[in-house]
Design a protein around this ligand. Structure first.
Ligand SMILES: [Zn+2]
Length: 173
């Protein structure tokens, strides 16, 4: 994966530290152990993949997203470790939102945009400016992809996201 590439992430590795990870803190409704075998909605990911084809944009159809706490970038040692664990790309935003979306019984998918090579892979020191530059250069493609996906979306749900908390009586705060 290289800067500018889009990735339809299908799995994650969670390396966050200080975030709220659930709507259920063990109060009146107890705790909830939600299934994240397929953490990202497969139906929505399929729509995004189709939208990419119809927009003539190349996307990686799967990828393991490593979510770090940040805000600092990773060390080269961490990147080597994440690679050994099966990670494909690193970011700071996907977790816990993907899990909270599942708890809320929402369909959720993400289009990850690779903005830079990671530490130890990049030949130069990492800068936030290069991240912004790649995002800027790719904004039109991203907009096109999202708009196409909205066109292709089916209002009938063919996935199980909407009943993720069925055995707990559905999503309620
Ligand atoms: Zn879904």
């Amino acid at each position: 994966m290289k800067p500018g590439d889009f990735v339809l992430v299908d799995q994650f590795l969670d390396f966050t530290k200080n975030r709220q990870h659930t709507f259920y803190e063990g109060g009146e409704r107890g705790v909830v152990h939600v299934d994240v075998t397929d953490p990202y909605c497969a139906a929505l990911r399929a729509v995004l993949a189709r939208a990419a084809v119809e927009s003539s944009l190349s996307v990686h159809r799967s990828g393991v997203y490593v979510c770090t706490e940040g805000p600092r970038f990773e060390t080269p040692a961490e990147i080597r470790a994440f690679t050994m664990l099966g990670g494909d790309l690193v970011g700071m935003t996907n977790v816990p939102e993907v899990v909270l979306a599942r708890e809320a019984e929402m369909c959720y998918a993400t289009i990850s945009m690779v903005t830079n090579f990671a530490a130890g892979i990049s030949p130069t020191p990492l800068t936030h400016a290069e991240v912004l530059e790649t995002m800027e250069a790719n904004t039109d493609n991203l907009k096109q992809l999202v708009m196409k996906a909205i066109d292709l979306m089916d209002t009938k749900q063919s996935c199980l996201c909407g009943s993720a908390l069925k055995e707990f009586g559905g999503f309620k705060l």
